[in-house]
Design a protein around this ligand. Structure first.
Ligand code: FAD
Length: 472
């Protein structure tokens, strides 16, 4: 019988365990043990039910386009629990000189695809609008140009196309909301690979998107039209329900909580996992940990691999869930919420109007807000008590929304170093990590450190890692 150890009980490790369980039930002669340092499984997937509201402490949904999460939900029999974001009400505001300005229609990330709404929007200065029209004339980057293979920061990339105002007003706040990081340090090839490719083939991102849209329209007109899927998908009972359902399918005795792994080491043809006073032997191991923790458990077996992993930066984040009464709900603007550019000098990076984005998550007489701090802004308030953090949130909500009411409830959730930052050169680092990993047969890596930080990518990474070890 093949024995496989899984280190880490977040969604990446759970997805790996689910894959192994499926293969075991299908007749594969295997057995697994999952180690989790904390008392609970699911990692950052955590949901609370407060005063009739469903409050997500960690991720609130996943991008529908990346199907690995919905595929897993369906495989778990949760197909009827999937809910889509209320895209009919999809509006996002950007705080601009103290005022909430709606993002114009037709913006694909930071690329305008509709001239009129962008041209009329007060979000951008005339200088940036002029850059947008000039951008349409950029020629493809020559393939022979050596620079094509070089990574650069998202800020440098966006600035080349649209200027620095676009970085400040859109690129940076949008990326902060996803990675908790800054456009000035994130790698364009890792974080926006589609845009990097568009630049190579078309030069102008605007022209590339218009061409892609025309192609898609031709395809649609050739076949029967289907309604567009929602941008975000989640579960009626929250993201924790996904983790709990995976856990319910696994072998209970194979799940070791409160069991931090200190080290893993190859021995003869097997791997020894050391956790406190226990040690156990496996044929192979999936390390499904954030990179700094992965570096720690691998430091003895491969200091080089550990050093590469340790070099992947992580940022901390804080979410604050606040519930309000009917009057507040009626007073808030429509739409999904707002983003705050750093230049506005606030601590908050974003806030979601959850009652609009996922109406099932708050009763009709409640407003539910989810506020988000990350990176430097989260570090600045990290040491403060929950009441002080709530005070900062309330003060900034008052400045931004004019919201003075006392919340019915407020909860603070802190996530230390939970979001990977794909810095410039990340893909080259992944190549070096892969070479070093291959020198250690029977070791697979999964998690948000590598090729996607979102829940769907983490699920894919966990299932792929398990499959890779079974096929070995
Ligand atoms: C606040 C926040 C909001 C987010 N929002 C979204 C969103 O809306 N949509 C989306 O798609 N993604 C979102 N993400 C990203 C996504 O949720 C995470 O990248 C993903 O859930 C990470 O899963 P994981 O299993 O790789 O890591 P984790 O969830 O961090 O799990 C790792 C586990 O390993 C355990 N562990 C650590 N060290 C050891 C050890 N030595 N031995 C044993 N166990 C150990 C930890 O206790 C933890 O349970 C968000 C992330 C955060 C933090």
């Amino acid at each position: 019988m093949t024995r496989i150890g899984i280190i880490g009980g977040g969604i990446s490790g759970l997805a790996a365990a689910f894959e192994l369980e499926e293969q075991r039930r299908a007749g594969a002669d295997l057995d697994y043990v999952l180690y989790e340092s904390s008392p609970r499984l699911g990692g950052v997937l955590r949901t609370e039910h407060i005063d009739g509201c469903l409050v997500e402490a960690g991720p609130d949904s996943f991008i529908t386009e990346k199907t690995w999460a919905t595929d897993l939900c369906r495989a778990l029999g949760l197909g009827d629990q999937l809910i889509g974001s209320n895209d009919a009400d999809r509006k996002t505001y950007i705080l601009t000189k103290g005022r909430l300005v709606e993002m114009p229609d037709g913006l694909m990330f930071m690329v305008p695809t509709k001239i009129l709404p962008t041209g009329l929007s007060p979000l951008f200065s005339w200088k940036t609008k002029l850059r947008m029209t000039q951008e349409l004339l950029l020629p493809p980057r020559a393939v022979a140009d050596d620079k094509n293979d070089h990574d650069e920061s998202v800020a440098a990339f966006v600035e080349r196309h649209y200027g620095s105002e676009m970085v400040d007003r859109l690129a940076d706040p949008l990326l902060s909301g996803i990675y908790g990081g800054e456009a000035a340090s994130l790698s364009v090839r890792s974080v926006l690979p589609r845009f990097a490719e568009m630049e190579r083939t078309h030069g102008s991102l605007g022209r590339a998107l218009l061409a892609a849209r025309k192609n898609a329209r031709n395809k649609v007109s050739a076949g029967p039209s289907k309604p567009a899927p929602p941008l975000f998908t989640s579960l009626k009972n929250g993201m924790q329900h996904l983790a709990e359902t995976v856990v319910s399918r696994l072998t209970p005795t194979a799940l070791l909580t409160n069991t931090p792994v200190q080290a893993i080491q190859p021995e003869a043809e097997s791997w020894v996992v050391s956790a406190g006073l226990q040690s156990d032997q496996f044929d192979s191991v999936v390390v499904a940990l954030p990179a700094p923790a992965a570096a720690q458990v691998l430091r003895i077996v491969s200091p080089e691999l550990a050093a590469e992993l340790a070099a992947i930066q992580y940022s901390s984040s804080i979410t604050v869930g606040l519930g309000y009464d009917r009057q507040v709900r009626q007073s808030l603007p429509p739409g999904f919420g707002f983003l705050v550019p750093r230049s506005e000098g606030k601590k908050l990076l974003a806030a979601t109007f959850v009652h609009n984005k996922f109406p099932h998550r708050a009763p009709d007489d409640r407003a539910l807000l989810r506020c988000f701090f990350a990176g430097r802004n989260a570090e600045d308030v990290w040491q403060l008590g929950d009441d002080q953090i709530i005070g900062i949130v309330r003060n900034e909500l008052q400045q931004i929304l004019g919201l003075r009411s006392e919340p019915l409830f407020a909860r603070v959730y802190k996530w230390k170093s939970a979001m990977a930052q794909y810095g410039v050169g990340h893909l080259d680092r992944l190549d070096r990590i892969e070479v070093l990993r291959q020198q250690l047969p029977g070791l697979a890596l999964a998690g948000n450190a590598y090729r996607g930080i979102g829940v769907p990518d983490c699920i894919r990474s966990g299932r792929d890692a398990a499959t890779q070890l079974v096929e070995r």
